[in-house]
Design a protein around this ligand. Sequence first.
Ligand code: ZN
Ligand code: ZN
Length: 313
Amino acid sequence: MPLSPASAGGLAGPMRRRILALAAVLLLLVALLLPPAAAASASGGWSWPLDEPRVGRRFEPPAERYGAGHRGVDLEAEVGAVVRAVAAGRVTFAGPVGGVPVVTIDHGRERSTYQPVEARVSVGDAVSARQVIGTLLGTHSHCAAACLHLGRLEGDDYLDPMDLLGGGRFRLISPDGDPPPPPAGTGGDLARPVGGPVTSPFGMRVHPITGVRKLHDGADFGVPCGTPVHAAASGTVTGSGLAGAYGQRVVIAHGPGRSTSYNHLSRRGVAVGATVSQGDVIGHVGSTGLSTGCHLHFMVVDDGVPVDPLPLL
Ligand SMILES: [Zn+2]
Ligand SMILES: [Zn+2]
């Protein structure tokens, strides 16, 4: 017999009390099983900055300052998704760093960083946990798809955001996604070394890690680690090895005065002295050296001076 409110109201006292008690227990259970967004921040943890978090590439701390690493966690989402503060705090930065729009929130002992985000807050704003601070941008992402790179800083040290997250439901996805299609045919003297978007062009910028304003001496292509890198033109390999902030690097000389280099590689595929043809795979994309995540830093040097590669491609 279906139990309508009217018939429940007509039940005897003890039965009615038992049903009410059962309902209370059920409500409590439902409350306990729901994603504990508020509970997470109350216990000192962080709440997810996205409503449907899909966890991609995890935190990979570099062994040394210039070591390979991923200084945060990537959360995939649709372009335009709302981005929320992981905990209460104060906005200390909202603007481009190296061309990438970043929001930083100071929580006291720690800071959280969000990129690429179109900010809806300003420096100095107090924010509460889960407050919307902006929307996810489709450009300037170093993931294969649109994603939020969430960082956790204590002083100058990068820590794993996942240690504080994890409350509620999230979905794990393939960290690197599919590599973009290989570069299309050449439009200029040089061929593109990889497909994918230009995430940071050549020119003056504030360095995303050091914070120093200086010349960005190449163009960055946002592609997953492991993507094959192709020689931009035929030539002879004159450098193949570790090169400080440039990480694993291959240099190719192409003729009088011109060379190209391929930086932050995970693997180098050619040795010094090798002859390469345009389009040959000379290594794979990585995040070695001073790098915040997987990308190719591509350089063209004419007579010892770095020039803008993009007009030449
Ligand atoms: Zn990232
Ligand atoms: Zn670069």
